[in-house]
Every structure is written in structure tokens, then in C-alpha cells.
Design a protein around this ligand. Structure first.
Ligand SMILES: [Zn+2]
Length: 237
């Protein structure tokens, strides 16, 4: 459906699932399908595309919720930005297990969407990892930062010769995605970050975003690959 917006977690196991099931929807993705930092972008997309349906896709065994759990229940560390963007909203939520936290996340994000878009058809469809058949994890992860749009990842994976199940995918604007980029590099073993220049992107803007991320990530051991941006763009032309 062209008038559907999907808000989904960036999890690497959801790429093929999204491409198979939501190929015509506009997709936004970040850590945990976390609505608050995306809200300006969501409002803009709803307005400009006549969106009538919003589907929220959270999932079990979520890395963003594992991080939140570790910070709130096990004294884990997080950057100030990640606390503000993701973790803080769960401080008053009652939960004892990861599963309860994941359910709370779905409910929280859904309630927030419903309150802001009462006139739209808003639905949560949590994905179950046991239904997805992801291959065994080898922890050689990468992160792709892609502009919001249809989940046509296949050609990107083909050009770069990446395994879709190794790649986290963020589809948002850099302003609200930076804490999630750091989370993926820090906690989810993504050692390379690729900024993809899509059909409607200005390469100069993407390069600026990659430079900004590079600066932030230089303190970590993640490597921001910029030379590959050109490779991907060629296939788009
Ligand atoms: Zn997740």
C-alpha cells in the first residue's frame, strides 16, 4: 500500500521480512522503533504522502531493549544522548523481564502514535524472531544508514555483496539517528557504517552526514566507510 507508513526497529533480521511484506510502504527505522525522536519526520511524511495507515513493527530479542534493560536494571552505561532519546521514557515503566520491557515498548510507541494521529489507522504488529528464520549470528555486523522510503534493500546488498542478515538498517535523518548509530557501533558489534546515497538524495548531504558520524565514531573503533557511497550510487543511476 502506497499510503502506508511503517515504523520498524533497525534490527538486521528484519530486512528481508520488510522487503517481502511491506515493499510499497514508506519505512522509517531506528533502534527499538522508537517514535519520539522520529516524530517531526513522521508528521512530515504523513502530511506529504497522504498516509492513512501507520504500522509499528517492534520485535522480540531486541538489542535496543537489551541495552535499555541493562541500563535501567543492571547499572549498564549509556551516552547522555541515548538516555534522552531512548532510555528515559522507560524509567517509570514497571517491568522485571526483557520480554515485559519489549511489550511495554510496543504499547508505549503505539499509544504515542495513536494520540498524535487519532484520525489514522494505527496498528502494532510485533515480529517474532522464531518466525523469521534468520541464519546463525556470526557477529560480523555492519550498519547501513538509508533515507526514509521503500524498503528496497536488495540492490544495495547485491552491489555491496553484503549478507542482509548482517546489516542493521537505520532509515531516519542523521539529526535523530546519531545516538542509535553509536549504540549499534558500541553494543551491537557493527564495525563498519555505510551511508547510502539513494535515488532522491543529494550526495553532498549524505557526505556531510557521513563526516558528522565519522567525527562522533572516531572515539570508538567503528569505521565509517565513505568510499563505498559512490559504489552504491552507481547502481542507482
Ligand atoms: Zn530491535
Amino acid at each position: 500500500m502506497e499510503d502506508e507508513l511503517v515504523i520498524c526497529c533497525m534490527d538486521r533480521r528484519l530486512n528481508v521480512f520488510l522487503e517481502n511484506n511491506y515493499k510499497d510502504a514508506i519505512v522509517l527505522r531506528n533502534a527499538g522503533a522508537n517514535v519520539a525522536p522520529l516524530m517531526p519526520l513522521i508528521k512530515q511524511i504523513v502530511r506529504e504522502n497522504g498516509i492513512r495507515k501507520i504500522t509499528l513493527i517492534t520485535h522480540d530479542d531486541c538489542g535496543a531493549m537489551a541495552k535499555t534493560f541493562s541500563v535501567l536494571k543492571e547499572n549498564g552505561k549509556a551516552t547522555e544522548e541515548l538516555r534522552l532519546n531512548l532510555i528515559e521514557q522507560f524509567e517509570k515503566v514497571k517491568f522485571t523481564t526483557r520480554e515485559e520491557l519489549e511489550n511495554a515498548n510496543t504499547n508505549l510507541q503505539l499509544a504515542s502514535l495513536k494520540s498524535i494521529f487519532p484520525e489514522l489507522n494505527v496498528e502494532a504488529k510485533p515480529a517474532r524472531m522464531k518466525d523469521i528464520n534468520a541464519p546463525k549470528d556470526d557477529e560480523h555486523h555492519k550498519l547501513l544508514v538509508v533515507s526514509p522510503g521503500k524498503p528496497s534493500y536488495d540492490r544495495i546488498f547485491k552491489v555491496l555483496e553484503f549478507n542482509p542478515f548482517q546489516c542493521y538498517v537505520i532509515q531516519a535523518s542523521i539529526e535523530n539517528a546519531m545516538p542509535d548509530i553509536e549504540l549499534t557501533a558500541n553494543d551491537l558489534h557493527a564495525k563498519e557504517v555505510y551511508f547510502i546515497v539513494g535515488d532522491n538524495d543529494n550526495p553532498r548531504d549524505v557526505k556531510r552526514d557521513a563526516d558528522m558520524a565519522s567525527l562522533k565514531l572516531s572515539k570508538l573503533d567503528a569505521e565509517v566507510k565513505r568510499q563505498d557511497i559512490r559504489t552504491v550510487r552507481k547502481s542507482y543511476a
